[in-house]
Design a protein around this ligand. Structure first.
Ligand code: HEC
Length: 130
């Protein structure tokens, strides 16, 4: 019986010794984007912002697939770390774009107007474009 009672704390000790490196590794990974975003910021800029997809969606001329494609790219944009600027500002600006694109996808009223306002090129570039 005595042996059994001692067995539990030593098992717990063993478990924490085994799990500790994993907990540490998780903590260190916290600053890194994870998983690797599907598109880079540059790809999103070229294809969505400059390439005309955004205009099509905010102008109300896009198909459902095109709206989803824009949302997919904006999710990637948000998952990336910008080359310049604070993460808090990035989360606000890129997050507002992704949220507005999501509203368009689900057909919320005013979504397109919100998308136009959220994707202000200059406002974001002045903070995050090197
Ligand atoms: C939410 C932030 C954000 C918004 C909104 C935004 N951009 Fe950008 N843009 C960036 C960042 C960050 C970079 C720099 C990317 C890099 O160098 O890795 C960039 C770079 C670019 C580039 C250069 C890409 C390259 O290959 O170097 C172009 C072109 C561009 N943006 C066009 C636009 C246009 C047009 C709009 C508005 C319709 C726009 N962007 C809106 C964040 C934004």
């Amino acid at each position: 019986m005595r042996k059994y009672v001692w067995g539990i704390p030593s098992l717990l000790f063993l478990a924490s010794a085994v799990l500790a490196p994993f907990a540490l590794a998780n903590q260190q990974d916290e600053d890194k984007p994870k998983p690797k975003p599907k598109h880079t910021i540059k790809e999103v800029m070229k294809e969505a912002m400059k390439g005309g997809l955004l205009k099509k969606v905010s102008g109300g001329e896009a198909t459902d697939d095109e709206k989803k494609e824009l949302l997919d790219m904006f999710i990637s944009m948000l998952e990336n770390k910008p080359p310049k600027g604070e993460m808090e500002s990035w989360h606000n600006l890129a997050g507002a774009s992704a949220l507005a694109a999501a509203k368009v996808v689900v057909g919320r009223e005013g979504g397109a107007e919100e998308l136009k306002a959220a994707t202000n090129c200059k406002a974001c570039h002045s903070q995050h474009k090197p």
